[in-house]
Design a protein around this ligand. Structure first.
Ligand SMILES: NC(=O)c1ccc[n+]([C@@H]2O[C@H](COP(=O)([O-])OP(=O)(O)OC[C@H]3O[C@@H](n4cnc5c(N)ncnc54)[C@H](O)[C@@H]3O)[C@@H](O)[C@H]2O)c1
Length: 340
């Protein structure tokens, strides 16, 4: 039987470190085309998949000029947030090629909205890299919540080191730590609690010194705090930081969910503790959630069952829009209320 043919746009850290590793575990999948401007990375991917020169492109424009629905079954896109343009996803939509794109899918929210609408109109199968929706630990948390009285306080955090790559050092090219990285937990809150009623956010800059602790252009948030009010008496505070030096395993990233009769302590992608008067249950992660995400996306296409995808572009757009709203609240100091 012929294999499932995948094209890759971007061969940087995320593609090589996670998606390519996931494909190694899939006998039914082959990478048949790649696009990557950095020669060293392009050549490494070409060698890995023994690709002919004519299917190794310098960027997505060359890629879309030659590839189409008859040559590919799906496209995986993992490029810098600032590199998405009107062609990156819209060409795939127009050609009717299913695609998986990494979060944050764009820094232009109007473009993301247009893509979401066109994906919906076309009925195209898409996926966004919100890997935590596929995490076995997240499934346990989602199944546990309805067993308890609704409501309570939630603390979420992702506190990391000073970003190394150029695009993550500037808010204009990454969107800030909340939008670039902690959008995973923001999306997790939507996955667990639905759409918020209101959002309010603050941020600070200048703790990380541009030119001393980081590049001279460094201007992204040091940290930010968002308060989300959700229906059913849930209020979540989400903190995002990227100022840590001499990184160590601080166990500060994840979620703490305080229910009336249980505390759920989720340590990011590692383990989750369910603490109650009866027991303390500690469960560790079993499976790599990016593998599960990629498998779900590919199986959704192979079986024409879009329901296997937990974060299609249209839904992921709502998380992206919410992160944009958080950034807006940081700028204006105003609470944003939603009419629900
Ligand atoms: N889902 C997750 O958990 C997760 C984890 C890490 C990164 N990411 C996301 O993945 C994206 C990429 O991150 P990364 O760490 O791989 O960045 P990176 O800088 O390591 O790699 C991005 C690559 O895209 C290439 N590229 C840029 N423009 C291109 C174009 N027009 N055509 C083809 N290739 C192009 C760059 O040359 C680079 O090699 C980011 O949006 C990031 O947030 C997601």
């Amino acid at each position: 039987m012929s294999k499932f043919r995948v094209g890759l746009i971007g061969c940087g850290g995320r593609m090589t470190g996670a998606h390519m590793k996931a494909f190694e575990r899939m006998d039914d999948v082959e990478v048949v085309a790649i696009a990557e401007p950095v020669e060293e990375r392009r050549l490494a991917a070409q060698k890995k998949y023994s690709l002919p020169d004519e299917r190794c492109y310098k960027d997505h424009k060359e890629f879309y000029a030659k590839e189409n629905k008859s040559t590919l079954d799906a496209i995986f896109i993992a490029i810098e947030p600032t590199a998405h343009d009107r062609m990156t996803e819209l060409c795939a939509v127009e050609m009717g090629i299913p695609f998986l794109v990494e979060k944050p899918m764009a820094l232009d929210i109007d473009l993301a909205k247009e893509i979401a609408e066109k994906v919906e109109a076309k009925g195209l199968i898409t996926a966004v890299g919100f890997q935590d929706r596929y995490l076995d630990l997240m499934d346990l948390i989602k199944a546990e919540l309805p067993k308890h009285k609704a409501g309570g306080l939630v603390w979420g955090a992702w506190i990391g080191g000073i970003p190394g790559v150029w695009w993550w050092q500037k808010k204009s090219t990454c969107g800030g730590q909340l939008l670039e990285q902690n959008i995973h937990i923001l999306d997790g809150l939507r996955w667990l609690y639905g759409e918020p009623l209101s959002v309010y956010a603050t941020n600070t800059t200048g703790m990380v010194k541009a030119g001393e602790d980081a590049s001279p252009e460094y201007d992204t948030d040091d940290h930010s705090t968002v308060v989300f009010r959700f229906p059913n008496h849930v209020t979540a505070t989400l903190v995002s930081g990227d100022y840590i030096q001499n990184r160590f395993d601080s166990k500060l990233s994840g979620l703490v969910i305080s229910l009336s009769d249980m505390v759920i302590e989720y340590h990011l992608r590692n383990n989750v503790l369910f603490k109650s008067a009866k027991e303390i249950r500690d469960v560790y992660r079993n499976e790599d959630q990016t593998y599960t995400l990629d498998r779900a996306f590919i199986d959704a296409i192979k079986t024409n069952n879009p329901a296997l995808v937990r974060s299609p572009y249209q839904d992921a757009y709502k998380s992206l829009k919410l992160a944009f709203d958080c950034n807006k609240s940081m700028e204006t100091g105003e609470v944003i209320y939603y009419d629900r």
